[in-house]
Design a protein around this ligand. Structure first.
Ligand code: GLU
Length: 430
């Protein structure tokens, strides 16, 4: 039973690296049937913002994680001051220019990191360490040590950018007479070129991925595998499986590069697991502020469109582009359609319009039969008609099943769109 914490500073949105640290910590706590604590490190009163805090908590919840306790460091300044006083009384700290400094003699420090193994520190960057600033707020290293000790944290799991802070923290534990926790420093998430993951390579906050239409399960699965993998070749794990299989000591030492393509693939896998009904609700929610889905479109129709588009919908937001032709007529013919459009088939499409006009029950099988019959009568291959018809009906050269799309659009709209293509050819000729 391990007590583990995630300690975000609300000075920005939840970063994908932070989300992964949170995930490793949460999984470990749940695996050991221990406790998971959130500690909001809001000691920087100027840079900490309520809006960031809200977003961090929402993103953690949205990703499917929960916490047993939450603490706010801004409410604990008295505790840090008392411990600073204790160090002053023990001659392990001193006051200067309003601030309190930690006094320490440095000798070699050895850290047995659960992920990285033994790390030896032979020197520290500075010989003076502020623990309480002149505005009475504690510095990160000091409040972190006191809280990890008082909260009974067994395992400090965090990004490897904090390795350099660890020897100072170890000295503080010792000076304060606290037992040391275990440390696990996870490698950072790198950008595809090997540098630190930054905006240049795509979104960095969980919030942005949510807005881009990614599913929380897919993000969790992706982030988990970016630094850890189960012993078999499985690439998709349920949360329960992840809790069973995960162990912090199995996290890779080396950093992994972020790959948008891989994330998309994982998202697609999770999308496939959803029923049309579930996707309908998720797509509505994801697009709610965009007013993309016309008010009169009910769930029955929306589900039909979702079924029609099928596995082409990789993210919830993809729906917008893919389904545009289902709701709106004002699309342009895509650029890659130019070759198809260059072939003026006015006579053939007019013939198709006449054949389709005869249909009474506008069902996929019947439409297909008429369509093929028309091609036969014209003495052309079916695909000769399929390509321009698809461009006429959707604006695109690729898309879902043509006959099913025609049924969904309905007889009148199909006819109008085919006529629009004929008008287009007329205009081009003129
Ligand atoms: N507030 C620190 C951060 O966001 C926490 C580091 C730690 O986990 O000790 O990086």
């Amino acid at each position: 039973m391990a007590k583990v914490r995630f300690a975000p500073s609300p000075t920005g949105y939840l970063h994908i690296g932070g989300a992964r640290t949170c995930l490793f910590s949460w999984l470990y706590a749940r695996k050991t049937k221990g406790k998971f604590v959130l500690r909001i490190e809001d000691t920087d009163l100027e840079r900490s913002k309520k809006e960031y805090l809200q977003e961090i908590l929402e993103s953690i919840k949205w990703l499917g994680m929960d916490w047993d306790d939450i603490y706010y460091q801004a409410q604990r300044f008295d505790i840090y001051r008392d411990y600073a006083q204790k160090l002053i009384d023990d001659d392990k700290a001193y006051r200067k220019d309003g601030a309190v400094f930690f006094k320490y003699d440095f000798s070699t420090i050895e850290l047995d990191d659960a992920i990285r193994g033994k790390i030896i520190f032979n020197e520290l960057p500075k010989d003076e360490e502020v623990i309480i600033k002149s505005d009475n707020s504690p510095t990160y290293n000091f409040s972190c040590v006191i809280d990890d000790a008082l909260m009974g944290i067994d395992y400090v799991i965090r990004g490897e950018d904090h390795i350099s802070n660890t020897p100072k923290q170890i000295l503080m534990y010792k000076a304060l007479g606290f037992d040391l926790p275990r440390f696990a420093h996870a490698p950072l998430i790198l950008s595809p070129d090997g540098g630190r993951m930054s905006k240049r390579y795509g979104a960095t906050s969980i919030r942005e991925y949510r807005e881009m239409g990614y599913l929380p399960e897919a993000i969790v699965n992706y982030l988990l595998f970016l630094g850890w993998s189960p012993k078999d070749d499985k690439e998709i794990l349920t949360t329960k499986e992840a809790i069973d299989l995960f162990d912090i000591i199995d996290v890779n030492k080396t950093s992994a590069a972020f790959s948008m393509d891989k994330l998309k693939w994982v998202n697609g896998e999770y999308m496939k697991q959803k029923s049309p009904k579930q996707l309908c609700a998720l797509i509505r929610e994801s697009l709610s502020e965009t007013e993309f889905i016309p008010k009169e479109v009910d769930d029955i129709l929306l589900e039909k469109i979702i079924v029609l588009l099928g596995e082409r919908i990789i993210t919830l937001r993809d729906f917008k582009e893919l389904a545009y032709f289902c709701f709106y007529d004002d699309y342009q013919y895509s650029e890659d359609a130019s070759k198809i459009l260059a072939n003026n088939l006015t006579k053939e499409i007019n013939c198709l319009i006449d054949s389709l006009a005869k249909i009474e029950n506008y069902e996929a099988e019947i439409v297909e039969r008429e369509f093929r019959g028309c091609a036969d009568n014209l003495g052309v291959k079916v695909r000769v008609l399929v390509h321009p018809t698809r461009v006429a009906l959707t604006g695109q050269t690729k898309g879902p099943g043509l006959f099913e799309s025609m049924v969904l659009l309905g007889k009148d709209r199909v006819e109008a769109r085919l006529k629009r293509l004929i008008d287009y050819w007329k205009e081009v000729e003129e």
